[in-house]
Design a protein around this ligand. Structure first.
Ligand SMILES: [Zn+2]
Length: 148
């Protein structure tokens, strides 16, 4: 596996969550949710997910948001399908942005799985995402899913 380098500082401020806006849109596409800037857009298919899937989907979008603002794109090259990353659980993820978002979500909702299956990515995420950010992300997800 290619050696992964991430050039970034840890970001784990509570205030950063307050800029995220949840936007509900009716659309019968294939996407469950999507992130654009500070907006996380939730589509019809999102509501077909079981509750663990809803949480994971929100964390995945939070991962895109986190990446956008904190992690240079060149530092996550290699976090994609094709290098084996997440090929077993999310076959449709074909690029490293998706690989990162998926790793980020898994780092928060199933860290032990990530650690045993993708130790390099686990260690990099541990460098990037502080402990307090993780607990704030979990609270954020709980509050968002409750409000939907
Ligand atoms: Zn995605």
């Amino acid at each position: 596996m290619r050696k992964l380098a991430i050039i970034s500082q840890r970001v784990h401020t509570a205030a950063s969550f307050s800029v995220i806006r949840i936007v509900r849109r009716n659309k019968n596409g294939t996407a469950e949710a999507e992130q654009r800037g500070n907006d996380i857009i939730i589509y019809d298919r999102f509501f077909d997910l079981p509750s663990s899937g809803k949480s994971h989907s929100l964390l995945h979008e939070l991962g895109h948001w986190f990446r956008d603002f904190n992690v240079p794109i060149e530092s996550i090259v290699g976090w994609e399908k094709g290098e084996g990353f997440f090929i077993n659980i999310q076959g449709s993820y074909t690029n490293f942005e998706e690989g990162f978002a998926e790793a980020f979500a898994t780092y928060i909702d199933d860290p032990s799985w990530l650690k045993s299956n993708y130790p390099v990515q686990f260690d990099k995420l541990k460098e990037l995402v502080g402990v307090s950010f993780v607990s704030k992300a979990k609270n954020w997800v709980k509050q968002v899913t409750k409000s939907l």
